[in-house]
Design a protein around this ligand. Structure first.
Ligand code: SF4
Ligand code: MG
Length: 326
């Protein structure tokens, strides 16, 4: 099946913080990312805060233009932000943010907000639009009488349902969800994740699911890419990542995810905080926190390479000597 979304060598640099001695070098928030998403697939992007996940998500939608590299949607190079072609493509690519209150207009009713994309993209008006809004509200589990309410009159979980209904209004082929449940109560998170999974399956929408919470990702994703300081350090099917994490960073992240009905054992505690992206450690950027680091890890950055069928990882320990010789 051909790719719906293809990212090649994506780099996003920001100006470094100013210091007494002038400008610091640019910070590479996203640093050489390659990704492929097929229609209907769900890809989890995980990592601690500051790993570049959100920037990458916005780049995949053309909202944050790459410093270098390319994104193609359905084989077409991503058009420039706000160009007529980009606006037309946006109907097929939607974004769900962490904070539903910030994503909604507090002066508009719920029904008007869900129906707005139908108007912007000239997909339906009048009675047809109202009918479509009612249908979308039902799909996300909102009651019809909530259509006349305003965002502040709903709970956080209900507001996120409104954001999801609004994102679905244009029948998108791609949904990028950036921490869509992390602002919600834990008791509500599972409901919203289940809703996203059901909608994704019933509509065949491809989804990029960005989260620092591996429990949530495990529930919803076919594939997982683990990011550390702007780079993907491991990529595999969700089953493989959770059953046999290979990269030391992934192993630590996965070790903190409880398996229902089993005590949490063998937890690997990560040393310290993730380094500041403006001060990327030399060699493997994970080496200051890695329990397996060798002298070579302080010097050379490991490339992301195939380590098994349909698996890639960036770690010197995982590449056999023959691979180096080849
Ligand atoms: Fe650890 Fe070295 Fe592998 Fe980096 S390359 S994850 S420091 S073992
Ligand atoms: Mg983020």
């Amino acid at each position: 099946m051909s790719a719906l979304l293809q990212a090649r060598d994506l780099v996003r640099c920001y100006e470094g913080p100013k210091s007494l001695f002038g400008k610091s070098p640019a910070v590479r928030a996203v640093d050489g990312v390659n990704l492929t998403l097929r229609p209907g697939e769900t890809l989890g992007i995980v990592g601690e805060s500051g790993s570049g996940k959100s920037t990458l998500g916005r780049m995949l939608l053309g909202i944050d233009p790459p410093t270098s590299g390319t994104v193609a949607f359905d084989g077409e190079a991503m058009p420039p932000l706000q160009s007529p072609r980009w606006r037309a493509l946006r109907a097929q690519m939607q974004l769900v943010y962490q904070d539903p209150l910030a994503a909604l207009d507090r002066r508009l009713t719920i029904a008007d907000q869900i129906g707005e994309p139908l108007e912007i993209h000239r997909l339906a008006k009048g009675a047809e639009r109202s009918e479509r809004v009612r249908d979308l509200m039902a799909q996300v589990g909102l009651r019809q009488d909530q259509g006349d309410r305003y965002p502040h009159e709903l709970s956080g979980g209900q507001r996120q349902r409104v954001v999801i209904a609004r994102a679905l209004a244009t029948s998108p082929r791609l949904l990028v969800c950036d921490e869509p449940v992390s602002a919600l109560d834990v008791s509500i998170q599972a409901q919203v994740v289940n809703l996203l999974r059901d909608l994704q399956e019933s509509h065949g929408i491809a989804m990029v699911f960005i989260s620092h919470d591996l429990k949530v990702v495990r529930n919803i994703c076919d594939h997982v890419a683990v990011m550390y300081l702007g780079r993907i350090v491991e990529e595999a099917s969700s089953d493989e990542i959770f059953a046999h994490p290979l990269h030391p960073y992934t192993r630590a992240l996965v070790s903190s995810v409880p398996i229902p009905g089993k005590p949490l054992t063998g937890r690997i505690l990560l040393k310290g905080e993730p380094p500041n992206p403006a001060q990327r450690p030399a060699g493997c950027a994970f080496h200051p926190r890695c329990g397996s680091a060798k002298p070579a890890c302080h010097v050379a950055a490991p490339p992301l390479e195939p380590v098994a069928l349909a698996r890639r990882a960036a770690c010197h320990l995982l590449v056999s000597p023959q691979d180096h010789a080849a």
